[in-house]
Design a protein around this ligand. Sequence first.
Ligand SMILES: C[S@@+](CC[C@H](N)C(=O)[O-])C[C@H]1O[C@@H](n2cnc3c(N)ncnc32)[C@H](O)[C@@H]1O
Length: 222
Amino acid sequence: MKIDVLTLFPNMFSEFIGESIIKRAIESGKVQVQIHNIRDYSKDPHNKVDDYGFGGGAGMVLMPQPIFDAVEALKSKDSKVILMTPQGIKYNQKKAYELSFEKHLIIICGHYEGFDERIRSLADIEISIGDFVLTGGEIPAMVVCDSVIRLLDGVIEKESHINDSFNDNLLDYPVYTHPSNFRGMKVPDVLLSGHHANIEKWRKEQRELRTKERRPDLLEKR
Ligand SMILES: C[S@@+](CC[C@H](N)C(=O)[O-])C[C@H]1O[C@@H](n2cnc3c(N)ncnc32)[C@H](O)[C@@H]1O
């Protein structure tokens, strides 16, 4: 998979792509991530990328020209263009799975008051990471990239994400590590028993119990 991110603040992505699982996924060629500065595509003599909104109102608005030019330069027949916006469809694990089957994602990050409305016409999909407003689309873009990249073949063990929360509309089961008794809080006996069938049964029950307690809305979708 290839991911191109369009942003006014490329430095925000340095740590994200330079650490941990995402770094390893890039280094092993499972994914190619390119961060593009929208300003590099500006045709304005001063590389201007934003302006006041027509009709007044607070905050600067991203202009269409640099973003149209950037998308047109990067786009191919396999591309899916994603616009990060609090007005988009609400992101979830199902959408992450769907996106993980795409060959090429182009992700546009808004900033300031937002982007010129005409930029929406570039998008195949508009995504919100939740009902709150952030200063820019960079963190939402990282959320999408991270959740998608970890699902790509070979990035993490398949078993790790098969039981993750939200698969089958269930939350994940509880996990424990050493010591088996910490300040009187004991690891359930079944996990120490070495009896794999019983462990599997316990985990399945725990997934259902947890979901019932914490997210009964998910059970309704099953
Ligand atoms: C301050 S926000 C603009 C919000 C805009 N005025 C509105 O209310 O729809 C600036 C940018 O941050 C990004 N952003 C903020 N919250 C987001 C969210 N919940 N999901 C996805 N992107 C978000 C978008 O790219 C947005 O254009």
